[in-house]
Design a protein around this ligand. Structure first.
Ligand code: HAM
Length: 421
């Protein structure tokens, strides 16, 4: 779990300004798509995740932070956001109030995973969930939203992989073929997968064990087994992606590590060394049966989760910096000017400027050192002469002629200097 700090203080993690930039960009863009924000608790009943993400998944089977509260109820720190959102959707009877619901969230998730760059035990997800439309257009809308977010962030070389996992009509036949294939290699499977083979064979396909992965690669291709309606749905998803000019790769190997998916699944994978093997920046898909299986109405849904830690690492790697330096540093030339300089700083902030003032006082020299460090655009030194004349000099830190300014018009002068010529 990481601390996020401003500026360069945070070590491996991207500066908090980068996080804020991604969050701002997300909120602005998602609201253009009509998605409203939800904030759900960090803790949920353990059973919620067992019933939705699935008992045989690594997430629930190995990675959850689970404990009993004082009343003996089993609670878990949320390992993902889809199940909590569905729980809230059901609890607030949202489907009775509107037929189509679009939500997003940004927040911490917890998985007890092996740590490495881009993989943490507390990590942050940007997620979105759309309830109420079974149409391919809804699948494509959520993918388009991710594509546009990555574009807005200036992130390139991230490829969209898509697949279909079929539904309850066609998956059993596929599952049977898969079990035949896996049974033929039973002895080579890891212990977990031997159990999964009995209880949830699809989960063998996302086992991290190398031997299991080799066997999974030779498994029958799920796309060959899709029933007509699932095939038509997948074809329409592809056609609509084409129509929007969104590029994608069909990846029949991709099953995702959670049980609730039906039909479309997708992942965004970065070809970037900064993330090493943690290169999946996001994933999602359709889950038409989840809301009902949790005791809610029969409402189809589709959504995604993006790894905020990974997005910010990519931006950091790209050298982008966010967070503006101060507009002006107010320095005090003599003790008698301290109060007026302090008041000037306060007033300029009220007028909308970003202002630095060294509350420790000290010599003019030490204040100027501080001004340098903050990379303020201008300094303004206030002393007896300035107080008496009501005028001062705005000195550009990057060099150039000082700008004479009346003490009552500093904000206007800074803005005028900032305006493009
Ligand atoms: P997920 O694939 O488990 O899907 O996670 C989504 C993203 O969260 C991953 O692609 C990755 O970028 C990030 N992530 C996962 N684990 C970690 C970790 N330990 N450290 C850093 N980043 C991580 C879900 O969680 C689904 N709820 C997505 C979804 C929403 N499907 C439908 N709606």
């Amino acid at each position: 779990m990481n601390d996020l700090l401003p500026g360069e203080l945070g070590g491996e993690m991207a500066p908090v300004e980068t996080w804020q930039h991604v969050e701002r960009t997300t909120r602005e863009l998602f609201s253009r798509f009509g998605y409203g924000e939800i904030r759900t608790p960090t803790l949920e009943d353990t059973a919620l995740f067992v019933r939705s993400v699935g008992e045989e998944t690594d997430i629930v089977g190995k990675e959850m932070y689970t404990f009993d509260d004082k009343a003996g109820r089993s609670l878990s720190l949320r390992p993902e956001g889809t199940a909590p959102a569905a729980r809230a959707y059901i609890e607030h009877a949202v489907s009775n109030q509107e037929p189509l619901t679009r939500w997003y969230y940004i927040g911490p998730m917890f998985r007890y995973e092996r740590m490495k760059t881009g993989r943490y035990r507390q990590f942050f997800q940007i997620g979105a969930e759309a309830y109420g439309s079974k149409e391919p257009a809804q699948d494509v809308e959520v993918m388009d939203m991710v594509v546009q977010l990555l574009e807005a962030l200036g992130l390139q070389d991230i490829s969209l992989n898509i697949n279909s996992l079929g539904d309850e009509a066609c998956r059993p036949a596929y599952q049977q073929k898969l079990v035949e294939h896996l049974t033929a290699h039973r002895a080579e499977l890891c212990e977990d997968c031997q159990r999964r083979l009995e209880r949830n064979p699809l989960r063998v396909l996302d086992c991290k064990n190398e031997k299991c992965q080799a066997i999974a690669r030779a498994a029958p291709d799920i796309l060959q087994f899709l029933c007509e309606p699932c095939k038509a749905h997948f074809d329409e998803v592809k056609r609509k992606l084409d129509a929007l000019g969104v590029r994608y790769v069909i990846n029949p190997q991709m099953v995702r590590g959670l049980d609730y998916y039906t039909r479309t699944t997708f992942e965004f994978i970065a070809a970037h060394p900064a993330l090493g093997t943690a290169s999946t920046v996001g994933g999602g898909g359709r889950y038409d049966k989840l809301v009902k299986s949790l005791g809610g109405p029969d409402v189809p849904a589709v959504g995604f989760g993006l790894g905020l830690d990974r997005l910010t690492l990519l931006l950091k790697e790209g050298g982008q910096q966010y967070g503006a330096p101060p507009d002006v540093f107010i320095a005090v030339a003599d003790e008698g000017s301290a109060d007026e300089a302090f008041a000037l700083a306060s007033r300029l902030r009220r007028e909308g400027l970003k202002v630095e003032f060294d509350t420790r006082g000290g010599s003019l020299r030490s204040q100027m050192k501080r001004a340098d460090k903050t990379r303020a655009r201008f300094t303004l030194v206030l002393g007896q002469a300035e107080r008496e004349s009501g005028k001062a000099q705005l000195k550009p830190m990057a060099g150039g002629e000082p700008i004479p300014v009346a003490l009552g018009e500093v904000a206007q002068a800074v803005r005028a200097a900032a305006a493009p010529r």
